[in-house]
Write a protein that binds this ligand. Structure first.
Ligand code: PMV
Length: 350
């Protein structure tokens, strides 16, 4: 038998939530208790590059992350692989002598290799990686929305990385999760004044994974119940409006308040979860004081399940001032363990 290999490489960007997802109503299918909205980062700056390969010579499915083999045994990987295999189609590459029929995919194995182009920093990495790539390899004809529903079963927040720009993950209300998928709010060109800067406060792995943190919050936090039912639905509407009309003051107010409420929910969990540290808190005060002094917000902050700050400046001028301030308060080598990553246009560094 002739041995061949078919390879596909793709870049998957990461996304940062501005209205947070925290809490599942179904852990197996990964269905959220509220809608969420995120901004997809420019894949030229922060992304995961994945190569997937298929060959009759492969004996089993295998995956490597940053060069180290990881186990695919978990339910999440298995669910994603099963769902994507089900939708695989015929593939033919005449020049290479490759001909795969739809039914062949059931017995063919894949190898997946992913690299992050940034230090896998606590609360930053997102694992949408691989799915869009597998879909291409297997000639899957599903639309982005359906693919996002499959990505969701790998990691909830990953479903929002299937689109650029601002993206909403609709929680849906079906039992099988078929309506729990991502939709684009505005594309990447809509609000391109914004400059995103990530202050890496610590690159240590987070202590509480988002999966177990969410479970504990759902089980013990009354504030989370109130947030999911009463607060987030209103914020989603206001946030979509702020994004569509490029209303930075409203955007900043909502994003900061939502990040703070998410961390308040963590504190309201028993036992309490601490994702932010003293440096994170200092960054919040610096931004709050500056915004207050200017009379109108210049920068929004948001923190995920880790201490790193994601700072969104209203324009290049604000981003450049922000960077100067960060360097003033956290001078390199002063022991604050802070490296800054600038996304978007790096010329603001000069
Ligand atoms: O998808 P997960 O399990 O990595 O959860 C992500 C949760 C947050 O990053 C804290 C919020 C969000 O909406 O991305």
């Amino acid at each position: 038998e002739k041995k061949w290999v078919r390879l596909v490489t793709a870049k998957t960007p990461t996304n940062i939530a501005v209205i947070k997802y925290w809490g599942k109503r179904d852990e197996a299918l990964i269905l959220a208790i509220n809608d969420s909205i995120s901004v997809t980062l420019d894949p030229n700056h922060l992304c995961t590059t994945t190569t997937v390969a298929v060959s009759p010579a492969f004996q089993q499915d295998r995956m490597w992350l940053n060069g180290k083999e990881i186990s695919l045994a978990g339910d999440r990987y298995q669910n994603c692989l099963r769902e994507i295999r089900k939708r695989a189609c015929d593939v033919e590459e005449e020049d290479k002598g490759i001909k795969i029929a739809k039914k062949d995919w059931e017995s063919l194995h894949v190898h997946i290799a992913s690299y992050n182009n940034f230090p896998t920093a606590a609360g930053l990495a997102s694992s949408a990686a691989g799915l869009a790539c597998l879909a291409k390899l297997m000639n899957v004809k599903e639309d982005q929305g359906q693919l996002s529903a499959i990505a969701r079963q790998g990691s909830g927040s990953a479903c929002r990385s299937l689109y650029g720009g601002f993206v909403k993950w609709i929680m849906g209300n079906s039992e099988d999760g078929s309506d729990s998928l991502a939709v684009q709010v505005t594309d990447e060109k809509h609000w391109d004044d914004l400059v995103i800067l990530i202050a890496v406060v610590s690159s240590r792995q987070k202590e509480t994974s988002s999966t177990s943190g969410m479970r504990e919050s759902v089980e013990t936090s009354l504030l989370l119940k109130h947030r999911a039912q009463e607060i987030v639905p209103k914020r989603i509407i206001q946030m979509e409006e702020a994004i569509k009309t490029k209303d930075f003051p409203a955007f900043a107010r909502l994003a900061c308040a939502d990040s703070n409420q998410f961390h308040a929910v963590c504190l309201d969990t028993t036992p309490p979860i601490f994702y932010m540290n003293d440096t994170s808190h200092r960054i919040i005060s610096i931004v709050e004081k500056w915004n207050l002094a200017e009379g109108t917000p210049q920068v929004a902050y948001t923190f995920d399940a880790g201490p790193n700050a994601v700072l969104i400046a209203r324009d290049r001028k604000a981003a450049s001032l922000l960077l100067q301030r960060m360097l003033f308060y956290f001078p390199p080598g002063a022991g604050a363990d802070l490296n800054s990553y600038v996304l978007g246009d790096e010329s603001i560094l000069q």
